[in-house]
Design a protein around this ligand. Sequence first.
Ligand code: NM2
Length: 505
Amino acid sequence: MTQAVDRVNFILTLSVMLAMAVPLLLFPEASALALQTAYNFLATELGWLYILTAISAFGAVLFIAFGPYGRVRLGDNTPEFSTASWIAMLFAAGIGAGMMYWASIEWAFYVDAPPFGAEPRSPEAYLWASSFGLHHWGLVAWSFYCLPTLAIAYPYYVRGVSKLKYSISAPHFIKGGESSMGARLMDSFFMIALVGGIGSSLGFSTPMIAALISRLTGIPVSFEMELFVVAACVAMFGTSVWLGLKRGIKRLSDFNMVLAFLILVCVLLASDTVFLLKMAINTIGHTLQNTVAMMFWTDPINDTGFIEDWTIFYWAWWLAYGPFIGIFVTRISKGRSLREVVLGMLGMGSMGVWLFYLIIGNHSLGLQLSGELDVLGVMAESDGSQAIIAGLDVLPGATLFIIAFIFLISIFTATTYDSASYVLSASATKSLKPSEDPARWHRVFWACAIAILPIGLMYAGGLKTAQTVVLVVSLPLVLTFWLSGISLFKSLKEDHDAVRDPSAT
Ligand code: NM2
């Protein structure tokens, strides 16, 4: 049977996941503290490496798109999915409910402790607050997704390696096939990072969904309510992954896109439309103008901690998701050129997230600026979720927006988790041919298993703990990210320079 389970990867990942979740549930305070200490240490000592990795990844994917390899195609010429569904799926997999939280409220964390020496709550602070959101979810950030995608898709389609696993992306360093020590380590590192990375997403989104439900029903938020929300989300993405790629994941992603677009248009029209449009144009310009500065900023002189608290956290989070998105987007990208993959991911991916930041985030920022609502005051008194709700409450038809938000956040969660369960099961399957799916029970097993860690994270302190876990689990992936990037260039050079050089034939 081709879909036999790869026991070592399966057991190793499950064990590490339980080893993380059980202490969080048994000793929540001590575990949260240990994670925070590890985070501080890693961010201070190795933060520069994450920044360097981001710069290199961005440079590498731009070179691939616009350099001599841009036209190389992944497999035969007919893409399996239409461009619209392809973009909807890659966006919905790579972007989850975490984005809904941060897009709405990230600016509020920045204006009081702004980057680049701006005065707190000054006009510059607001502009940077808006721009840094776009940077942390924009072109450079998407390179963390794109490079692993190219590095996995190239050997899979062009070199005919029939395993949809992360370890196939570093053939120049990992010798001896999928059961070699190196391949096992690489696949397990990625599976563990993925479990941690998606754990954080549910750790951000569940309290937000619970707060929205509470606003709607008047039932106070409790840990039990959060458990109910997790169970409802698991039921949704479990069903989607059970139905499979075309009947489940694709349909939910398509629906997600339509709903997201509708909500964005409604918020744009219901809020201060002219302010949002002006602010959007201004923020995009400011972000593009300062991308190099933001990308290279390590803050060595003032050492304000902004980089350690935010940019490093984000890069680690993107990194933790990178191989997962790489495998998933590989699966759906048959027939696309490398340039299309880069432009689709960096261009359309960033544009999608930016719309949320520029409409929903700047709506909330505008309320603070105009004095209509003291969003920062609400944040200080309660939390980010309440600040998001307060921002929706000022809109006409607020209840409808709240209901739509609950749906959208849940579907965003489901579309990330169903693809994650798909990829985890693919990685724990011995061999998969293009167009073949992992066993159904196996897909649903991971859908249930990956809900355990977020429950531990919420129990042990929520937001901050969810943020810290990301950096810790992503650390080994910094190394594998470089190995697969270098391997991709070596393979491209070997395969294509030989073709171009007549003396080599
Ligand atoms: N990334 C894009 O919840 C989410 O939005 C998942 C987060 C890695 C920062 C993706």
